[in-house]
Write a protein that binds this ligand. Structure first.
Ligand code: G
Ligand code: G
Ligand code: MN
Length: 644
């Protein structure tokens, strides 16, 4: 006779009831892992219950029928096996292992559990695992240890699986599952040697709690305030749909004036607006799930082949009407929201969840930047572009790490002397497969990722090294123009660091001209100080790309620019006879003591006319494209030796 201890199983029963209540209250994204997890809670609940029932029935001796004893014991053991299987399937769903449809593997996964459950259910007739002796009571049969063997089997299978595909799991997932399986093995040993303690369901429950805290916590997947799923669940759902070959279509909505909205209202109002938008979308269409991707961007995901373009149109239409909701202080807010809506049809090929999220973000950002209100389709081309950008991002990171960024120099011609007296340093990124990648692609990328800080200082270092090594000053080169990105200017130690680089290379600061675009001038206030330090040390400043922004001329003249570079579009519009602005700009800047560089000079005609107009400097393909350092030196020697 055993002296059963009901405490542990009783606690397990209570905990599983509580877990079930709270887990089921929350929304879950349609991921298989969540189904396995709730299945696990149910199985544990039943296991704890039958553990108690069967022990009570055994205790009661002849007062309960043999049938009740056998039934409750068989259900208990079967539920234990069920837990093992669900835990294994849960592990498998985490690592996206979807080859289950391959028949041989299928039998590896399910057959052992199925066979053992069959064994337990048929035990009342065979007595192979245990039997109930009229005198001694509960007695182990010849196959009693089978549950321990099965535990080892599934632990081992999980271990193998996570070892094979560990790259698809996060560190947290790996750690959690390894801990969980260790505990499961301990539980089986306890059952084997101390069956009277009824501890196994509590030990299983412990595993569930660990998973709940680390991997199934609803707050990891959705926002309580708005009831919207987050971008983590978005990428995971897409990832899983891809692995199981399901097609998806997505309606993406971006609030265009989101930043303004955030500045004008408190965070509660912002949350309420998000909630309101989600509610409206749910009313318009049968949303399977709505995700909030951050920065005022929503994604409505549909799994399956159906077309939802009509829904996307209706979603866009809704933004023609105002959004009305109560603020936290009970004030009624009514606002018009400008939205960009993009639609990704189910036919589009997707490579990864994260990539799709990036495509959506960049598409909506592009639409907002170009002020496109309306509906756009995200097609294969947009996906390809994003794939290319991600590739460039990786190449750039690697190039910075290996210090592989090249700097080329485009000559600048001086009207007064008829010689090349300066150059613009332009960075070049080389990849074995993609060839030379244009700065128009990687500079904006570096500005977003922050890599521009390192890139900028590398370019300056290389330029200084070149000036010193080649003795550019002796060759008649008066200065080199180096582009300074607005993003670099956020560093308040920029000036000091740059001067350090210049001086450590033994270069006179006067040999460096920093090119700043108008956009930098816009948020110049805190940077005036930086410019002042550099300028006082002798570094020159040029205003780059003049004519393509919206300049505040008062601000420009207040800064120590000595040069203005007219953007090539301004120059070209003059030579295309579109306007005569060039002449007036020249006069205006020169009258205010600034010298002017014309960019994009491509023909002899342009070069001659610009000289005639009195434009101080010229830069463009007529003279030369940007050249690698040795070619540049040769070009300058040739040019300055025998005048063009
Ligand atoms: O060479 P071109 O295609 O080469 O250059 C495209 C743009 O990239 C230009 O507007 C130029 O100002 C910018 N650019 C090139 N090199 C650098 C660099 O080192 N730093 C910054 N900030 N911009 C650069
Ligand atoms: O924006 P930034 O001023 O830094 O411009 C330099 C860019 O202009 C580089 O991309 C350079 O390759 C390009 N560029 C320079 N000269 C010419 C030209 O004559 N024609 C064209 N189309 N591009 C030019
Ligand atoms: Mn430039």
């Amino acid at each position: 006779m055993f002296n059963w201890n009901y405490d542990f199983a009783g606690v397990a029963l209570c905990i599983n009831c509580v877990l079930l209540f709270f887990y089921k209250r929350n929304h879950v994204v349609p991921l298989r892992q969540h189904n396995y997890f709730s299945g696990l809670i149910y199985a544990e609940l039943l296991m704890a219950l039958t553990d108690i029932l069967s022990s009570m029935a055994l205790d009661a001796g002849n007062r309960t029928s043999l049938f009740v004893k056998y039934l409750s014991l068989s259900v208990f053991f079967s539920m234990y096996v069920g837990c093992l299987l669900l835990l294994f399937l849960y592990t498998k769903s985490l690592c996206d292992y979807h080859s289950v449809r391959q028949y041989p593997l299928f039998s590896f996964f399910y057959l052992p559990a199925g066979a053992v459950i069959g064994l337990y259910l048929s035990n009342p007739f065979t007595g192979l695992v245990y039997f109930i002796d009229p005198v001694i009571g509960y007695t182990a049969g010849p196959l009693y240890e089978i549950f321990a063997a099965l535990t080892l089997y599934y632990s081992f299978l999980s271990l193998v699986l996570t070892a094979i595909v560990h790259k698809r799991m996060t560190k947290e997932q790996l750690l959690t599952m390894h801990v969980v399986w260790t505990i499961v093995i301990v539980g089986a040993l306890v059952r084997l040697f101390m069956p009277e303690q009824l501890m196994v369901s509590l030990i299983m429950t412990l595993c569930t709690i660990i998973i709940f805290i680390n991997l199934e916590n609803p707050d990891l997947y959705w926002n309580r305030m708005t009831g919207l799923f987050n971008d983590l669940s978005f990428t995971e759902v897409i990832q899983k749909s891809m692995y199981s070959n399901k097609r998806i279509s997505v309606i993406c909505i971006g609030i265009k004036n989101y930043d303004e909205f955030k500045m004008s209202y408190d965070s509660v109002a912002v949350s309420l607006l998000r909630k309101e938008i989600a509610k409206a979308m749910n009313d318009i269409m049968d949303c399977q799930s709505i995700y909030y991707l951050g920065h005022g961007r929503f994604a409505i995901l549909f799994i399956g082949d159906d077309d939802h373009l009509g829904d996307a149109e209706m979603a866009y239409d809704r933004f023609r009407r105002p959004w009305i909701f109560e603020s936290d202080r009970g004030r009624t807010i009514s606002v018009y929201i400008n939205a960009s809506v993009a639609y990704l049809p189910a036919s589009t090929n997707i490579t990864s969840g994260g990539q799709l999220r990036d495509v959506i973000a960049s598409k909506l950002m592009d639409m907002a930047r170009q002020d496109i209100s309306g509906l756009k389709i995200i097609d294969e081309k947009a996906m390809q572009k994003q794939i290319y950008i991600s590739r460039v991002e990786a190449i750039l990171d690697k190039a910075l790490e290996l210090d592989n960024i090249e700097v080329w120099y485009q000559p600048i011609y001086d009207r007064k002397t008829g010689r090349i007296i300066a150059a613009e340093a332009l960075s070049r990124l080389h990849d074995d497969q993609l060839g030379y990648i244009r700065p128009d692609v990687f500079i904006p990328l570096a500005e977003i990722t922050g890599a521009i800080t390192i890139l900028g200082s590398r370019v300056l270092e290389k330029t200084c090294d070149f000036i010193r090594r080649q003795g550019l000053a002796e060759m008649g080169i008066e200065y080199i123009e180096v582009n300074l990105s607005p993003a670099q200017c956020r560093d308040e130690n920029l000036a000091v660091k740059m001067l350090e680089v210049i001086e450590s290379h033994g270069v006179s600061p006067g040999m460096i001209n920093l090119e700043v675009t108008e956009s930098t001038v816009e948020d110049m206030n805190q940077l005036k100080q930086q410019i002042r330090i550099l300028h006082d040390a002798g570094v020159g400043f040029s205003l780059d790309d003049y004519g393509v922004g919206y300049s505040n001329l008062v601000k420009i003249f207040a800064l120590p620019f000595s040069l203005v570079k007219l953007d090539k579009t301004v120059v070209w519009s003059y030579f295309n006879n579109e306007n005569k602005i060039l002449e007036d700009l020249l006069a205006m800047f020169q009258k205010n003591g600034l010298q002017v560089v014309a960019e994009g000079v491509e023909t002899e005609l342009m070069a001659e006319k610009l000289n005639e107009l009195g434009c101080d400097f010229q830069q463009g393909f007529w003279y030369s494209e940007a050249l690698p350092d040795k070619d540049f030196v040769r070009y300058v020697r040739d040019f300055n030796g025998n005048e063009k």
